[in-house]
Design a protein around this ligand. Structure first.
Ligand SMILES: Cc1ncc(COP(=O)(O)O)c(C=O)c1O
Length: 447
């Protein structure tokens, strides 16, 4: 096996080129795509009445400002000063030209990536919304936030953000990842959060599942049900979600808004990249990078392909149905119109735990249905192979989720070897807590 740190290999790695912004160039407003969607967003419905849910129905779960953002049709939403101050500690993230990867692939395509794992204290893009959500909850007097987490990236980000704003935090972590990534629990606990393996004995739903199947690996759908039922039992607590909903995707648009400025520094004479690529669990990092570019595509006649990369283990965009479905397995959430594999679907326990979700954000579903975004899917093996090529050519270990975006990028670059194109992808997080998966890959033990 090639040792990525051997002198020969280091010399082979090209210097990658960085495009850094100054901290005062961090966007001051988030971009809301809702008024620009080609078709109006179908509203969430109450399962009891089949009528659209209103702010009152959501108030037990979320603070009012986040509910306002959820339904807002304002194209831009001001980032509060206190959130911007916290963003300055962890942003801007760099745009990097992957010259090493281009070299290894022997492609003429120019490849850029936004590195959300570099300055993030917990390793991924998830802090962009965690900080905003903790801030709005703190402002409205909430004392505690309860959430679920797949691979642990979201739970760690919320544990960090609640610590910043002095809130308590409880996290239901999907059992498959709880067992694969024990140190995610350690970091959440260091920030003061309590972490439970889901399905758990804390909730009736978790207990029912464990009685039927004691070795159930859990899923994001089950963990969401547990977190919601726990938060509804506690008047001082609210629920917090790390993807799917409009307000979460909105907060992530700092990624693409920064990337637009950085892309102009890198490729002044181009309107934008020819391909924008990101992986999809619930859709937040994909939306974060691509929605500002999609705005230009929808309004300014700029031609670009937006590629959403998912796991074969949870291929809702490629193989799911576009219909109203529950966001969780216990069927407690409002019905969301989305591409879904069904709220009962439990994906196999792949290492990219953040991609193990049965549905995808309603706004992204509209874009998929209108052909503005194209889905693609990869097996865990291909994603890990892409990660290996990337760590050997760029020296950065990607999160297994992000490796799906790298697999898609490599596929595009290889298919367009002789073409003068540019690809931009989101490296949503680093993989330094995912070493058990990489150990298995090295030992040829991955399913
Ligand atoms: C590093 C990383 N990338 C991507 C995702 C997928 O989530 P989303 O689609 O919301 O960005 C996750 C989810 O946990 C993640 O941890």
């Amino acid at each position: 096996m090639v040792n990525p740190l051997s002198q020969k290999n280091v010399n082979k790695m090209k210097n990658h080129k960085r495009f850094d912004l100054d901290e005062n160039e961090i966007p001051k407003k988030w971009y809301n795509i809702l008024p620009d969607l080609p078709v109006a967003l179908p509203p969430p419905l109450s399962p009891a009445t089949n009528e659209p849910v209103g702010p009152k129905d959501l108030a037990p779960l979320f603070p009012m400002e986040l509910i306002r953002q959820e339904v807002s049709t304002d194209r831009e939403i001001q980032i509060p000063h206190e959130v911007l101050e916290r963003y300055r500690e962890i942003r801007p993230s760099p745009l990097i030209r992957a010259t090493g990867l281009e070299h290894v692939l022997k492609t003429k395509a120019r490849i850029y990536f936004k590195h959300e794992g570099e300055r993030s204290p917990t390793g991924s893009h998830k802090v962009n919304t965690a900080i905003a959500q903790a801030y709005y909850n703190m402002k409205e007097g909430v004392e505690s936030l309860i959430t679920e987490t797949g691979a642990g990236q979201w739970g760690s980000a919320l544990a960090y953000a609640t610590h910043l704003f002095e809130l308590a935090c409880e996290v239901y972590m999907v059992r498959a990842s709880f067992d694969q990534k024990p140190h995610r629990k350690t970091i959440m606990e260091l920030f003061g959060a309590s972490v439970f393996s889901s399905p758990s004995k804390n909730t009736d739903f978790g207990q029912q599942i464990l009685e039927k199947d004691p070795s159930n690996p859990g899923s994001l759908g089950i963990a969401i049900s547990e977190a919601i039922s726990h938060s509804l039992r506690n008047d001082e607590a609210k629920y917090s979600l790390g993807s799917v909903l409009n307000h979460v995707l909105l907060h992530q648009t700092v990624i693409g808004l920064e990337a637009e400025k950085q892309f102009k520094m890198a490729e002044a004479d181009l309107k934008g990249p020819d391909y924008v690529v990101a992986c999809v669990g619930g859709g937040s990092n994909f939306a974060g990078l691509s929605y500002p570019f999609i705005r230009a595509k929808l309004h300014n006649g700029y031609e670009m392909e937006a590629i959403a990369a998912e796991s074969v283990a949870a291929s809702k965009m490629s193989d799911g149905e576009y219909k109203y479905d529950f966001g969780d397995t216990a069927k407690t959430t409002p019905l969301l119109k989305m591409y879904t594999l069904g709220s009962d679907y439990i994906p196999p326990p792949i290492h990219a735990g953040g991609l193990r979700y049965h549905g995808v954000a309603p706004s992204l579903s509209v874009l998929l249905d209108s052909g503005v975004v194209t889905p693609t899917k990869f097996t865990q093996k291909i994603a890990f192979e892409a990660a290996k090529i990337f760590v050997n050519s760029e020296g950065i270990l990607p999160a297994p989720e992000s490796a799906h975006a790298i697999a898609a990028t490599i596929d595009i670059a290889r298919r367009n070897k002789d073409k003068d194109i540019t690809i931009l992808f989101n490296l949503s997080g680093h993989g330094l807590f995912d070493l058990e998966g990489y150990r298995k890959y090295n030992a040829n033990e991955l399913e």
